[in-house]
Write a protein that binds this ligand. Structure first.
Ligand code: ARG
Length: 417
């Protein structure tokens, strides 16, 4: 707890139960004079802003709303360059947190606040992502739910006792986090990894097969997504468009066991139609324009980038260094990929780039190769050498084994003596 808890504290405010109970607690338990609530727009549904606004008003809370959609969309498209996916999750919540944390910090500094607070529990990832940003400032950081060991039950009772405006108490059956890039559903019966969820958990995606399949053309320039079906779009509009369009085909559902930073496994269900289309298209284009060894090495870089993204450490020196490598590779990732949206899948079915590391004549079965004057017969020497070391190693091992067997036979004779 901060040594001198006076002044104003800026609270990351959603209007849900956790952040609502934090408002009186920050004054009564922590002794702050005043609380301001900050809600950052990273593409949540309008209803969430209504809820936050109404709850803030009912609480008499000074409420700030910051639009960070454009900045967040840029980060999402940056993640596509690194094929950003952690255990099959395209990082929507994870990438949003540093954006939200920075926006709140900015408001807090403008308003001369003494401290920052969030309503995260001590079990999840978000506390770490928020604090990674906030602890770089001079402001105190407070996590009432974690520090006071609060449970949902306690919060509900406290809210009722205090007459706090919490609709329905726990905000519904599941814990849902939605932004431009992904929608996550967890909790309740979904906590049983064996439970097979029904259609009711989905909101962005239709049951696969509900509409006729179609193709969509994604254009990249230096790894950056710039157009859909030849039409240039700004990142926010582009992601919203693809979420709707691919969502109709049931694209981008995932049901995974996710390893949280603290080591806890959690069963997560996600919807991310736009992310799936863009990630699949981007990988297909990289497969055309990058060399074999660039692809192999980049897969490792990508995985490490996704890990940093998951940790909310998008500004770590390692992340920046990985991005320098990614950027270098993306200079050639320019071209168009045709993706088929069909039965829950977003399948690349065509790709085209002036940087294609591809010679049709060299790969063709129909003509004698011409690239670099290489002919079929040139492969004979390569074919003779291929696997040479393995053959040699196996032969040596066999002959050593045969010698050992022969000596063992002799010593058997000795013992019989
Ligand atoms: N497990 C994901 C993450 O840590 C998403 C969590 C979303 N939160 C939620 N209440 N559904 O990034």
């Amino acid at each position: 707890m901060p040594s001198d808890p006076t002044g104003t504290v800026a609270l990351a405010f959603s209007g849900g139960l956790d952040t609502t109970v934090c408002v009186p607690l920050l004054q009564e338990e922590y002794g702050y004079d005043d609380v301001i609530g900050v809600t950052v727009d990273v593409g949540q549904p309008a209803a969430e802003f209504d809820e936050a606004g109404e709850t803030a008003e009912a609480l008499g809370l000074d409420h700030y709303v910051v639009d960070a959609k454009a900045e967040f969309a840029d980060l999402c498209l940056q993640s596509v360059k690194a094929n950003g996916s952690y255990q099959g999750y395209p990082l929507g919540t994870a990438l949003a947190r540093p954006v939200i944390a920075n926006a709140i910090l900015e408001v807090a500094e403008e308003q001369g606040c003494a401290a920052l607070a969030h309503g995260c529990t001590g079990k999840g990832n978000d506390q770490l992502r928020f604090e990674a940003v906030w602890r770089g400032s001079d402001l105190d950081v407070i996590a009432p739910v974690r520090e006071l060991g609060l449970t949902r039950e306690w919060e509900s009772e406290y809210a009722a006792e205090k007459g706090l405006p919490v609709e329905g108490g726990d905000g519904g059956r599941w814990s849902i986090d939605t932004n431009l890039w992904s929608r996550s559903v967890e909790g309740s019966e979904l906590e049983d990894p064996g439970h097979v969820p029904g259609e009711e958990i989905y909101d962005w995606t239709q049951p696969p097969g509900s509409v006729d399949s179609e193709t969509v053309e994604i254009t990249f320039e230096a790894g950056e997504v710039v157009a859909v079906d030849g039409e240039e779009m700004d990142p926010v509009a582009l992601v919203e468009h693809l979420n709707e369009r691919a969502g109709a085909h049931g694209v981008g559902r995932s049901d995974i066991m996710e390893d949280r930073m603290l080591g806890l496994k959690v069963r997560e269900n996600y919807e991310h139609p736009a992310a799936t289309v863009l990630l699949n298209a981007h990988e297909a284009l990289e497969a055309l324009v990058l060399t074999q060894e660039e692809r192999a090495f980049k897969a490792q870089v990508d995985q490490r980038w996704a890990q940093k993204g998951y940790e909310g450490l998008v500004d770590a020196p390692l992340t920046n260094a990985l991005e320098a490598f990614v950027e270098q590779t993306q200079t050639k990732v320019t071209g168009t990929v045709t993706v088929k949206l069909d039965g829950g899948q977003a399948r690349p079915v065509g790709r085209d780039s002036e940087y294609a590391v591809y010679s049709e004549s060299a790969a063709s079965f129909d003509e004698e190769a011409v690239t670099d004057d290489i002919e079929q017969a040139d492969a004979t020497g390569v074919a003779k050498y291929h696997g040479f070391q393995s053959r040699l190693a196996n032969r040596v091992a066999d002959s050593v084994a045969a010698k050992v067997a022969a000596t063992d036979g002799g010593s058997d004779g000795d013992t019989e003596e």
